[in-house]
Design a protein around this ligand. Sequence first.
Ligand SMILES: Nc1ncnc2c1ncn2[C@@H]1O[C@H](COP(=O)(O)OP(=O)(O)O)[C@@H](O)[C@H]1O
Ligand SMILES: [Mg+2]
Length: 258
Amino acid sequence: MSLLTVSKLTKRYGRGGKTLAAVDDVSFHVEPGETLALAGPSGSGKSTIARLVLRLIEPDGGGIEFEGDDFLALRGAPLRVRRARLQMVFQDPLAAFNPRATVARVLDDPLRIHGVASRSERPRRIAALLERVGLAAGLAPRAIHEISGGQRQRVAIARAIATKPSLIVLDEAVSALDVSVRGQILDLLLDLQHQERIAYLFISHDLGVVRAIAHRVILLDGGRIAESGDARTVIDAPQSAVGKALVAAAPRLDRSRP
Ligand SMILES: Nc1ncnc2c1ncn2[C@@H]1O[C@H](COP(=O)(O)OP(=O)(O)O)[C@@H](O)[C@H]1O
Ligand SMILES: [Mg+2]
């Protein structure tokens, strides 16, 4: 059984009297512990798929099965339990969190809301989470707006893993970072995946990043799947028009990364 199965997912938006299918009949699955990338040009539907999978928006058609449940049908307590297992990291943690909140507060919230740890245990859990993502425990009292972009993204990852998820949806999670910081965050993600067997739905417009982290890739074009397969095979020899255009536009694809 797949961890996540998306079937014939469709989402339409009205635009000037017409409707546009932002996501059009998209089907895919994610296996436990694997990274599936969604790549494609701006406007191809990547973020809409992320929001649908996270149930931040409702689809016009299609189904989502997560950990064996009909995810779209879940309500109440069973939905809360499943939500803890499906976490997210977005491009800009300054927008995702209250910038004046402390690092400790950002990490305390999921531990409290999902009942992961008691009040007295939580400071220890927070310190352990910070250590797990390569941050000093001394960062806990600092405000989100005071720390660097790379540190903020590490906090976002710590928050995502706090509830022991089986799947994390990452939407352009490393796109705003400098190249060196981006490499460190990708290494952290790979390490977490190996240690905790977390699956990633990894969304990026950057094929170099996709090639470095993903097992499989789906290339989207206008809300539809243009091409999919083994990440390196697809990126090294794209067959679709959109794949060829994306590779031609990529500044430099690092093929040396193991
Ligand atoms: N809330 C919305 N209202 C109207 N159109 C939207 C909305 N969200 C996305 N779209 C449209 O859906 C398409 C896909 O957008 P998106 O999923 O954000 O693409 P990507 O993340 O690949 O850049 C685009 O044409 C975008 O303009
Ligand atoms: Mg997007």
